[in-house]
Design a protein around this ligand. Structure first.
Ligand code: LLP
Length: 416
């Protein structure tokens, strides 16, 4: 196989002896491939982030909700957050207990709140209006709340979730009214949480955010936990040697802040973090097939089956994903990699220098495990791909079947 640009997967032995072309032959194309060893490594890195003893890593299931994936995350001793009853449902299937699930709600219905109450899951509300509704449903109950500490960060404005422009969380100026509603319904505030946004590569913003939420925590007596949020970034430009987030440095700074806060607060409360991407992105490569190569005016295009129905991130946020080519080519060329969806924005990678591709070649989109399959759709009535897992011993198992035509049509009710 050409070694022209497979240095990333080679360096971590991603395929563990499996041939990407053979995997596609067996399981179909496109195909999400996961590596169990790398997933476990990422779980352990975050679990060991701080030396403070009461620390919980709540994996953010929205990044990847594959059942087998969640089973591994649970085996590694992580807890989970849920954004919806649907996510909690899969987490239960994976063996998580109610006390391991934290439902971080946003504009949910009363039925969805009731799901959390009925299943003994702690729910975080993110407005006074939702706190009022929760109080009516569950007077005397336990509740958490999401606050906006004013510090936002993220790789794109669409994923910044704190600061002045966001729909999320309760602004601290409403704390007096918030307390009145707690009192009115005899609610016990067990924890507060925040999430500043998705993907920071420097720890400073996160630390700033942590300080802000801890200042808010001081407004409440007897909290059981403070959830500091997710957002831990991964280097998407590995072929350009982009450095990793310095977890050691971040962990040391964070530990000191947490120990100091617990002392000042007078209680060894639990601190949580909610990483999604850090746990799930790098353990996956999305494989696809080149079906056409053509020159249209100034651009050369590789037409693949990797439409934005399969991986939405490049189309949605102009996100960069490195691409590898699994062929024997010894030459490179500049090419734009596109999908098979009938929209001009259906572009996975603009003007990349890649090994020369031909029809039938298999290519890999790296770091595809976060917000990849979980944001995939059936747009253009395309079938969502299968997901496979390379186990630690190199064995390959199917963990989600490829969609079928029946999956596409099962909810239709034809006119009589
Ligand atoms: N906690 C909350 C409340 C969140 O809303 C999120 C992500 C996370 C934790 C996990 O964030 P992470 O550690 O993965 O950055 N689709 C976008 C990312 C959206 C993130 C949404 N919230 C993307 O593909 O980049």
């Amino acid at each position: 196989m050409s070694k022209l640009n497979t240095k990333v997967t080679d360096s971590v032995n991603f395929f563990q002896g499996n041939d990407p072309k053979k995997l596609v032959e067996e399981y179909g194309s496109p195909l999400y491939v996961y590596n169990e060893r790398i997933l476990r490594e990422r779980c352990r890195e975050i679990k060991n982030l701080v030396s403070y003893p009461h620390f919980s890593v709540n994996y953010s299931t929205k990044a990847n909700n594959n059942l087998a994936f969640l089973q591994i995350v649970r085996e590694e001793g992580l807890n989970v957050d849920a954004m919806s009853p649907g996510e909690a449902h899969v987490e239960f299937m994976a063996g998580f207990k109610p006390e391991q699930i934290f439902f971080i709600s946003n504009n949910v219905s009363k039925e969805e709140m009731q799901y959390a109450i009925d299943h003994d899951i702690t729910l975080s509300v993110d407005s006074l209006s939702q706190l009022e509704q929760y109080g009516q449903l569950n007077p005397g109950g336990r509740v958490a709340a999401r606050f906006n500490g004013g510090v936002g960060a993220g790789h794109h404005e669409k994923v910044v979730t704190a600061g002045k422009k966001t729909k999320f969380a309760i602004n601290p100026e409403y704390i007096p009214e918030f307390k009145e509603i707690l009192k009115k319904y005899d609610l016990k505030l067990v924890g507060i949480n925040q999430h500043i946004g998705s993907l920071f590569m420097e720890g400073d913003k996160y630390i700033e955010g942590v300080k802000a939420i801890l200042n808010i925590a001081k407004e409440f007596d007897d909290l059981e936990f403070v959830d500091l949020g997710g957002g831990f970034g991964i280097p998407y430009e590995k072929l350009n040697d982009q450095p990793r987030l310095d977890l050691k440095d971040l962990g040391e700074k964070l530990s000191k802040i947490l120990f100091d806060f617990a002392k000042e607060y007078g209680k060894e409360l639990t601190f949580k973090v909610e990483p999604g991407r850090y746990i799930s992105a790098e353990c996956s490569v999305l494989l696809g097939t080149v079906h056409a190569v053509k020159q249209n005016n100034v651009h050369k295009f590789a037409g693949t089956d990797l439409g934005f129905n399969v991986l939405a991130r490049p189309m949605m946020y102009d996100s960069h994903h490195d691409i590898e080519v699994y062929n024997n080519s010894d030459d490179t060329e500049e090419i734009t990699v596109v999908g098979n969806i009938c929209e001009s924005g259906d572009i996975i990678a603009h003007d990349r220098v890649l090994p020369k591709v031909a029809e039938g070649d298999v290519i890999g989109v790296l770091d595809a495990g976060a917000y990849g399959y979980s944001m995939a759709s059936n747009y253009n009535n395309r079938l969502r791909p299968a997901e496979i897992l390379i186990r630690e011993n190199g064995e390959v198992v199917l963990t989600r079947k490829r969609d079928t035509f029946e999956d596409l049509t099962r909810n239709f009710i034809p006119l009589k």
